[in-house]
Write a protein that binds this ligand. Sequence first.
Ligand code: GLA
Length: 727
Amino acid sequence: MSIRFLKESQSFFLTAGDSSYVFKLHENNRLVSLYYGKRLPPCDLSHLFKAQPRSFSPTPADAIDPSFSPDATPQEYPFFGNGDFRLPAGKLIFENGSFISDFRYVSHTIRKGQEAIPYFPQTLGSAEDCETLILHLADETAGMELNLYYTVYENLNAIGRKAEWINRSEKAVQIDRAMSLSLDLPDDGFDFLQLYGAHCKERHLERTALHHGMQSVESRRGASGHMNHPFIALARPDTTEEKGEVYAFHLIYSGNHLCLADVDQFDTVRVQCGINPFGFGWELAPGKSFMTPECVMVYTDAGLGAMSRTLHDLYRDHLAPSAYRNASRPIVINSWEASYFDFDEEKLFQIIDSAAGLGIDTFVLDDGWFLGRNNDFTSLGDWTPDPVKLPNGLTSIIARCKQNGLQFGIWFEPEMISQKSKLFELHPDWAVSVPGRPFTESRHQLVLDLTREDVQNFIISAVSDILNQYEISYVKWDMNRHITECYSETLPPHRQQEFSHRYILGLYKILETLTNAFQDVLFEGCSGGGGRFDPAILYYMPQIWTSDDSDAVERMKIQYGTSLAYPLSAMTAHVSVAPNHQVGRVTPFTTRSDVAMSCSFGYELDPRKLSEEEREEVRKNNQYYRQIEPLVLHGDFYRLLSPFEGRTCSWMIVSKDKTKAVMWYFESLTVPAPPVKRLRLAGLDPDRTYHIAELGQSFTGAELMYAGLNLPLLFGDFKSIRYTITA
Ligand code: GLA
């Protein structure tokens, strides 16, 4: 039983794996947070809250204890206007203009598992996996109901939280702020971890000391974005990969987000995550409800590695589409860096022919295959094969793939429209814009208004037509710009603030419809690389193109940072050419393969240009990948050396039963007189003996983890080492 209500202390005791989360009903049905940390046996923790008299912290009229003030009380889901001056979790605006609300506990429900809700990405679990507590709160004056959800995973240190408003009054209410989660922690002795980035530089790990006031990451781009990821963690300053306390928060949402930590006058921290209140509003008509996205929180005292492994297990088992959780992924070859827009049928035939016999499973035809698409100024929206480049449509290409034992995948950017397109001629009003204002283009393209049902239906049928017509096993779903002129002609003026969230809801409807209709197709997410790499996309698509930057050295940082929150199987990584197309760097082929191989693997190059030696390496790599793929799909990931801290990087994957492992070590620029690197491995069984194939030697797990291995000195820049470890 993960959720208990302890009658005597009137407290809720949630147990998620090795963590406990406790709050209680205080006087007049207020919810007071007591504890979030290492697992405790159910006990009365009421002693952890005692009201203190505090200047300038007001006492509500109904308080029994005259020292009580919401301003100095840790709360579950705080509001503004009756005593707490800190950031509210929710803000409602009523007909008379007032924006004060006061929600109190009414009752609660506990139910087994977490079932799917239509068009709503969230973690899912069976009755054995998790229990969900629903707290029913009400603001009686306003006639509003608020349900707070806590989905508690039995064997994982993870709790999913979301909030739902229901308008029981007879008047419309405006929701102005609707965070998924608010959490008050009793002290501020933490570092703030975030995954910041840019196009080609996604999810770089940054760690800074928490300070008074607010630290936050947010997006106003209409997408989760390359720049700020909807993930934050609070770690103790001495927390490392292997030990120490950390609290992680990850929002399952693809749109504008806000994740923050606010340190107050009493050195306590309030954490909040949810839809970004900037540019957000929602009119809640009588009888209607509104659900926030789910935010996952993880606590562990076993370091950042354990935090990540918890998220990896949670996402692999309870978020990613079930058909792919245990399924082997195709090794793909993608046409983008091989030919960009410049191809015809004959060139594709040659590429396909030369990709045959290498152990590659799928040829993915990237951008440029549809009506008149010879550059990025044109044609988005016209999803029929270009008759000039492909006189036989996709049929001949797919046939050629089949002859060569390859499956066929295709690229779409369905949410977009080019001004130069047949679709724009027909439906200029479908492009997002504000009447009377010019369009702002980005990559010469506009965004379709996904809040509209006719547009949603168009996208569903355009993609379905192609998938029904041809034998396609793989779809790369791209999104190459962010949203400006947020406005929909179909929404009345007072609902325009709903645009950005409605866009995302429209997207989820489209993705759910298509992924349900084409369950045999592997959908891969993409947005200029990793610009919409978020847990909600993972709910529909088992893997996401991690970054447009395929340079091995840059990828170390990107993949290391991304692994903080995502399983390896969620990250697509391809071997590309040298000099690299994004940064011009020359790295050894082996290093490029080694870096990509710990993820969902493939190639992004012209196979016609591979030397015989490289072709042989590709064959061997693909065989090796199949050997270690079970580790990539199901193993435990250990980060050994951070590329953010020096010129080395190392990580390893260990099978759950600790009988198999693979370790990679990478160096960037070489140095003269290099120190001998002694590397300690992790995650093994100290009492077992392990054989390292590449060394032809055996060691105990204890030796490998506590004493470590002296690595050979590497000559030259950007070299890698790979060890295959078997018990
Ligand atoms: C984006 C993707 C690339 C490629 C191009 C095609 O940038 O991230 O992988 O598909 O679009 O235009």
